[in-house]
Design a protein around this ligand. Structure first.
Ligand code: BGC
Length: 384
């Protein structure tokens, strides 16, 4: 199961001899009411979706292990326990912060009456860890997981001797960087624009996850909208007119940026989107809107590249290598759907980390599949 920023995905997966097969999958959006309601309502909703999920006859009454990709900052001391530190990505469910989400999920499953199978051991991982795990199965050199979707984050394998909070010097351990929270101490002030500041101030979690608010799908469309309003106010766009639609927060969706930047000489998509938004435009306005989208998405790619370059350079120097070959498992709608962001990011990383050769590997449902992998491993160890 994968609770990302926008949807809840449930997959039934079979792992045999290292091969993972998705047998069936369902996705439901998480509405704003649920995102901002009580924790009980959120977990009842999740339990109800698990209950509705069709399992074949031969599995009814059986106990299935559950891999749970839970994409929020957590304090995790055990594989089946994860304490939510704080919500991000527009979630603000009450009475969950500071609590173990696996316990909340189990309590909700007990409340629901419509399950015709049982949930056995629950293995919880961050979505970046899921992405790294599912990529790592086929690519042993994968030691980084990255998400650029509704939110953004990365995890990587760190040498144990550098992990001060855990005893032991041998081997490696996965670190969830929560890089979305970079800048929360003011360190990004120099590069934040007035639009970034506004996006942060008007969000439901001001001063939190500043880096994420410059990069991820939840915010990119809104940054573009604020920039367009400013250009119109300065008489550089739409002959100085700002319509109500343009003034309404979140009317410019992040998916519009991807559509506008698609290979499209006649600016057909841009014209269509502006018309649908009710904005009267000339051809030059369309060209400016496209330029704004390109500017904002390239900046997002560059910022992610800078963060990723920092990680690969760190891994390389930690190991005393002059050259590092590594693989990154990636997931997230922005990375996968935007026509240019992934190539821009990859070019930029080469520039910033010239002594590292990085292969990027993205797959459908990487986080959910990786969570399933983790559950399969834990199940096997328990049997042994
Ligand atoms: C969360 C991370 C998550 C990322 C990508 C961020 O808002 O804090 O835990 O990995 O979004 O989903």
């Amino acid at each position: 199961m994968d609770l990302g920023g926008t949807n809840l995905r449930i997959l039934r997966v079979r792992v045999v001899d290292g091969n993972l097969e998705v047998l069936n999958a369902e996705s439901t959006p998480i509405t704003t009411e649920i995102k901002q309601g009580t924790g009980e309502r959120l977990f009842d909703h999740i339990a109800a979706r698990l209950g509705d999920f069709p399992v074949p006859q031969d599995l009814q009454g059986e106990t299935l292990p559950l891999g749970f990709a839970f994409s929020f900052p957590c304090e995790q001391n055990q594989i089946d326990q994860s304490i939510l530190i704080r919500w991000t990505k527009g979630f603000n469910c009450s009475r969950v912060e500071g609590k173990d989400v696996v316990t909340l999920l189990r309590e909700a499953i007990q409340r629901t009456r419509n399950m015709n199978y049982n949930i056995g051991p629950v293995v919880i991982v961050n979505d970046t860890v899921g992405a790294m795990m599912s990529c790592g199965y086929n690519n042993p050199s994968c030691e980084i997981g990255m998400i650029i979707g509704t939110g953004t984050n990365a995890c990587y394998m760190e040498e144990m001797r550098n992990v001060r909070r855990v005893e032991g010097e041998e081997g490696r351990m996965c670190i969830n960087t929560e890089w979305g929270g970079f800048g929360d101490d003011g360190s990004l002030k120099d590069i934040q624009t007035e639009f970034d500041v506004k996006v942060d101030e008007t969000s439901i979690n001001p001063s939190v996850h500043i880096f994420e608010k410059m990069i991820s799908g939840m915010y990119l469309g809104e940054i573009v909208r604020l920039l367009l309003v400013r250009l119109a106010e300065d008489n550089l766009l739409f002959r100085g007119r700002t319509w109500q639609a343009l003034r309404t927060p979140f009317t410019f969706e992040t998916k519009f940026i991807s559509e506008i930047e698609e290979q499209d000489d006649g600016l057909v998509n841009t014209r269509r989107i502006l018309t649908e938004l009710g904005l009267e435009r000339e051809l030059v306005d369309c060209a400016v809107v496209r330029l704004v989208c390109e500017t904002i998405s390239s900046r997002a790619a560059d910022l992610c590249a800078a963060a990723l370059a920092t990680i690969v350079n760190r891994i390389r120097t930690n190991r005393g290598l002059s050259h590092l070959n590594t693989t990154v498992g990636v997931d997230g709608t922005v990375y996968r759907r935007h026509p240019k962001l992934s190539s821009r990011l990859q070019e930029k990383v080469v520039e910033l980390a010239p002594m590292c050769d990085i292969t990027f590997f993205d797959t459908d449902d990487a986080s959910g599949k990786g969570a399933a992998m983790a559950a399969a491993v834990v199940q096997r160890l328990a049997r042994q």
